[in-house]
Structure formats: structure tokens, C-alpha cells
Design a binder for this molecule. Structure first.
Ligand SMILES: [Zn+2]
Length: 257
């Protein structure tokens, strides 16, 4: 596995377990002191001068959010040194925005994900599970002390099976992300299938304890979709939304795209 900048930093510090990723100590090593304050109007900020910086994170945020914010500010320190950043809530760990390799907030988010969920530690643990499910993600979330969103997004890059994430609210689809091996031209339907399990989770009629097999036509409007089966696992998410993991146990369906 090729090491990225975050991997190189963590391995140079001898970090071999998720529990050893002490972000404040890592920040200190990089010349940045982490402080907490009850911020309003922003989630985190970094003020740098020469080789020293002060990172301030919102003391009112969850521990998982604080970790992502420190990683995000360290991303600015790594790639945008000499500039100060005041990062709003929408700037940090925001999955629902257009990807742009030149947007400094996207660059900082990618660095944070690689620092708090490093590929070299995450991938072997993710691959222990034969099948994709939120059970696996929730276990990894505990191991790495990260948010469900950040953990699930990392998971679909390393899962054994091709896996996709889709977020729905009562107004329809909000965002979706392709995991490794899922063809880019595959778009999940905007509306949930009326008879599907996900609808029950959205309207709190039932919970979905494990992935359930369902016809692919419940999720995809493509020819022959009804000939294939996929697995879906939906869980309650933020603000009345649900997050669904769609996974494939074989890739035959991809051949007809
Ligand atoms: Zn930022």
C-alpha cells in the first residue's frame, strides 16, 4: 500500500494501533497547539506564524467532531501554511458538496480523514468482515473514535464487497457516494421504493438490524435491474434522515451497464 502524507507522519511516530492516534500530541509534534473555546459562527480555526500555530476547536462539539476538526486544521497547516483559516461547520467533514481538488476545505477534509482513519490501520480491519454492514462500520467507529459519516466514507473505500452509501430524507435523496469497485455511472434513485425496508426505517416503522436482500430495481432505474439482487442496510442518521449501505455480493449487474 502506497503511503500518503498522513501515513508517513503516523508511521514516523511509530503509531500501530487506532488508540495511539493522539491528535493533540500529533499537532504538538507538527508545531501546533490545540485549544478549545465555545466558538460561535465557526467550528475551528488555525492561526499560524512561522513554524508555530494555534488551532482552536469548538468546545461544544462532540469528541468525534473535535477529532475531525483538529485533523482538518492540520490539513490546512500541512498544505496552506502561511494562511489563517476560520472554518465553518459546513467546511469540515462535509460530504454533501461538490468534490474539487483545488478547494482548500476539501483538501483539509481528505487529510483529516487520512490522519484519523489512516488507510494502513483501517484497511486490514475493514477487510476482516466478509460482507458490508453498518455493524462493521460502528465497530470501526468505536476503534477510531470517529463519526459515523467519516467512518462509513472510509469503509466503502476498503470493503471486501463493492459498496455504496446513500442518504435520504423525507424529501428524497440528499447525497450518495460510490465505494471502490462501484461503477460511476450507477446512480441510486432519488425516491425510496415504497415497499422497501429503507422506507420503514425513514418513517420509523421498523429498524433494519442487518443487511437485507432486495431486488436491485428497488434502488436503480436501469435495464434488467429486476434480474439482480443487492443488499441494503439502512440506519437512522442525522436530522430525521437515513443512511443506507448498498452492497453487491457479485458484480454481474455491473456487466449490463
Ligand atoms: Zn477549513
Amino acid at each position: 500500500m502506497r503511503l500518503n502524507h498522513a501515513d508517513e507522519l503516523l508511521t514516523s511516530l511509530g503509531i500501530r494501533e487506532p488508540s495511539e492516534i493522539d491528535l493533540e500530541a500529533i499537532a504538538f509534534y507538527c508545531g501546533a497547539e490545540v485549544k478549545e473555546a465555545p466558538l460561535t459562527g465557526c467550528e475551528a480555526q488555525i492561526d499560524g506564524f512561522n513554524d508555530q500555530a494555534i488551532i482552536t476547536i469548538n468546545s461544544n462539539s462532540s469528541p468525534e467532531r473535535k477529532r475531525f476538526s483538529i485533523g482538518h486544521e492540520l490539513g490546512h497547516w500541512k498544505y496552506h501554511r502561511g494562511q489563517s483559516f476560520i472554518c465553518r461547520s459546513d467546511d469540515i467533514d462535509n460530504v454533501n458538496r461538490d468534490y474539487s481538488a483545488t478547494n482548500p476545505e476539501v483538501v483539509a477534509d481528505i487529510y483529516s480523514s487520512d490522519l484519523i482513519l489512516p488507510n494502513y490501520l483501517f484497511a486490514p480491519l475493514a477487510k476482516q468482515a466478509a460482507h458490508s454492514s453498518f455493524d462493521v462500520v460502528l465497530k470501526l467507529k468505536e476503534d477510531f473514535s470517529t463519526s459515523i459519516t467519516a467512518t462509513a466514507l472510509k469503509y466503502i473505500q476498503h470493503s471486501n464487497e463493492p459498496t455504496m452509501l446513500v442518504c435520504h430524507g423525507q424529501g428524497g435523496r440528499i447525497w450518495f457516494k460510490h465505494g471502490k469497485g462501484v461503477p460511476a455511472e450507477l446512480f441510486p434513485n432519488k425516491e425510496l421504493d415504497h415497499d422497501g425496508y429503507a422506507m420503514d426505517v425513514l418513517y420509523k416503522r421498523s429498524t433494519q438490524q442487518r443487511p437485507n436482500k432486495i431486488g436491485a430495481d428497488a434502488w436503480f432505474n436501469m435495464r434488467y435491474a429486476d434480474r439482480y439482487e443487492i443488499y441494503e442496510h439502512s440506519i437512522p442518521y442525522i436530522a430525521g434522515q437515513i443512511l443506507t449501505m448498498i452492497s453487491w455480493r457479485d458484480e454481474e449487474m455491473f456487466d449490463v451497464l
